[in-house]
Design a binder for this molecule. Structure first.
Ligand SMILES: Cc1ncc(C[n+]2csc(CCOP(=O)(O)OP(=O)(O)O)c2C)c(N)n1
Ligand code: SF4
Ligand SMILES: [Mg+2]
Length: 299
């Protein structure tokens, strides 16, 4: 895709941290959606930094939903647009962070998919509740240090692995599911566009490093996200018509240590913990890859 629009729909001047991964993603998600779109946006960092009253960064109709109900608000908008428009109907885009999507807003999203509304839901995944001070979420990797999962003598960071959300959404029967990385914004743009164009529920989950939450250098956001992909920690794939397709095939996985060592949240890991992390990453990457050869694996 070389015809990327020059027009911006997410304005600069917001107050995200320097190097904020989610803010970079917002720009490309908004470009993909264009201005014939209504956005239902859950509370979280991207809502807070973009809508400081009386200003807004959004050049599209935009509704602030509660933390838990972007899925329900977007469903209502879609139902209303269906009766109001017979042609040129606006897109419905829902946006939520990982805490909103994986945990507290999950029921609203789950219901919206089951009711087969026509929308694209984008989860920007910065792997914790970053806005309220870096607490762990259902998307936080094991051993990550967060403010609710410190790394000390007794507790070694977070003790759970991420929920496999794209597969959980696929099992709901969503029409299109994709993972993306802020290190490849053209791929992100194309996937969001596709999600909006395909009739029915679509879900795109984009990995977006958070500078203070992950403890990374503000200039290394894209490098860290790139390593997330190249180590296999964040596999890139699409699920369409129930079939899985890897959109970035890795001949060889870069050792995950290279990804972990750039992030202060993993600073304390023992050698055994890095090994466990590596085998978990390899297992999931190979598992997703194995689904590709199986044809239709989801409803
Ligand atoms: C019901 C409810 N509980 C808690 C909060 C406080 N709160 C606001 S944003 C937020 C964290 C959001 O996390 P996530 O969805 O991952 O987005 P991020 O801040 O990481 O971008 C929390 C806990 C709230 N607004 N509503
Ligand atoms: S705390 Fe993280 S997600 Fe929030 S604005 Fe800063 S870098 Fe972005
Ligand atoms: Mg988050």
């Amino acid at each position: 895709m070389n015809n990327l629009p020059e027009k911006e729909y997410f304005a600069s001047g917001h107050n995200a941290c320097r190097g904020c991964g989610p803010a970079i993603a917002m720009r490309w998600i908004a470009k993909a959606a264009g201005d014939n779109t209504v956005i239902a946006h859950a509370t979280g960092c991207m809502e807070v930094i973009s809508t400081l009253y009386p200003y807004t960064s959004w050049k599209t109709p935009w509704i602030h939903s509660a933390f838990e109900n972007a899925g329900a608000v977007g469903s209502g908008v879609e139902a209303a647009l269906k009766t109001l428009y017979s042609k040129n109907r606006p897109n419905v885009l829902m946006i939520g962070g990982d805490g909103s999507t994986f945990d507290i807003g999950f029921q609203a999203l789950s219901g919206a998919i089951q009711r087969k509304h026509n929308f694209c839901y984008v989860c920007y995944d910065n792997e914790a509740y970053q806005n309220t001070g870096y607490q762990r979420s259902g998307a936080t990797p094991k051993y990550a240090r967060t403010t609710t999962t410190p790394y000390g003598k007794v507790v070694h960071g977070n003790d759970t692995w991420q929920k496999p959300m794209p597969l959980i959404i696929a099992a709901h029967g969503a029409k299109y599911i994709a993972t993306a990385s802020v290190s490849n914004v053209v791929d992100l743009y194309n996937k969001v566009k596709k999600g909006l164009e395909i009739p029915g529920p679509a879900y795109v989950q984009v990995q977006t490093p958070c500078v203070p939450g992950w403890g990374i250098n503000q200039a290394s956001t894209i490098q860290v996200a790139k390593l997330g992909v190249e180590t296999g920690a964040y596999p890139l794939y699409e699920i369409e018509g129930g079939k899985v397709k890897m959109t970035r095939k890795l001949e060889k996985l870069v050792p995950v240590k290279k990804y972990l060592e750039l992030q202060a949240r993993f600073r304390n890991l023992s050698e055994d913990e890095v090994k466990e992390f590596q085998s978990r990453v390899r297992y999931w990457y190979k598992y997703i890859e194995s689904l590709e050869s199986k044809g239709k694996v989801f409803p």
